[in-house]
Design a protein around this ligand. Sequence first.
Ligand SMILES: NC(=O)c1ccc[n+]([C@@H]2O[C@H](COP(=O)([O-])OP(=O)(O)OC[C@H]3O[C@@H](n4cnc5c(N)ncnc54)[C@H](O)[C@@H]3O)[C@@H](O)[C@H]2O)c1
Length: 261
Amino acid sequence: MKPDCLNNKVAIVTGARRGIGKTIAVTFADAGADVVVCDAMADDGKLKETEDIIRKRGRRSLAVQADISLRSDVEKMTRLAIDAFGKIDILVNCAGVWIPGQTLVECSDENWDVVIGTNLKGTFLCCREAGRQMIAQRSGCIINLSSQVGLTPAMGAGAYSTSKAGILMLTRQLAQEMAGYNIRVNALAPGIVKTDFNSDFWREPDKEKEASGMVPLGRLAETEDIAQAALFLASDASGYITGEVLCINGGWHPTSSVGSR
Ligand SMILES: NC(=O)c1ccc[n+]([C@@H]2O[C@H](COP(=O)([O-])OP(=O)(O)OC[C@H]3O[C@@H](n4cnc5c(N)ncnc54)[C@H](O)[C@@H]3O)[C@@H](O)[C@H]2O)c1
């Protein structure tokens, strides 16, 4: 990929306040994109920080507080992006939640509604709104964050793994429907990435050693590992790839190893 492979592109990255979304947003800016950064949480100033980093690197950026599980917020986010930058070339659906530790039989209605409502419905709403703009443009690229546990069930993952499996079919369905408009839709399926999302797995050195021991490549993923894969899928280097899921897991294929009891 060329260093400026996203020159003149406009991207929206959800969940860009921290973690994987933040690294993807900054990586895309470094590759030449203007980036709308969105998150449900903005009061702690971290979303603004992502916007500032991108601007300091010479690209345009706009921070938008939006809860992706709410249609009105998603409509606001896409409208503000188009008003500010005139188009949407790339959408990365990174915002997500995990409520760990419950089996599906233990899962409360509230747990189910929050996890499915954010991860699956929220991703759908963002794809629908940005997709309408991309169809009008007759071009675009969507990248959805699934997970290794969207492919393989894992103890304690409950509604989360179900939501991430749904994202895979959402991705394939959209890819079929949108290919005729020159829009590619792909998914990323990370293993364990070192973010605040799942710090129980790695914050203590013993825990990290134990979790890394499950991974054939011998380490957990850094957010940069995921951002580089996202950059590939967003760039013309992957121009003939759609409806696919790219696993970034160091060779880790869990069976029942997450939160086992
Ligand atoms: N960290 C991992 O090990 C891992 C592995 C596989 C997949 N993923 C997926 O990658 C994505 C990012 O994970 P992360 O580790 O960076 O998590 P993170 O918790 O560090 O970041 C997620 C961001 O999403 C935001 N968010 C949550 N609900 C939202 C909503 N309704 N609307 C808008 N924003 C919302 C949060 O405020 C947060 O800033 C998630 O979809 C997650 O499921 C993470």
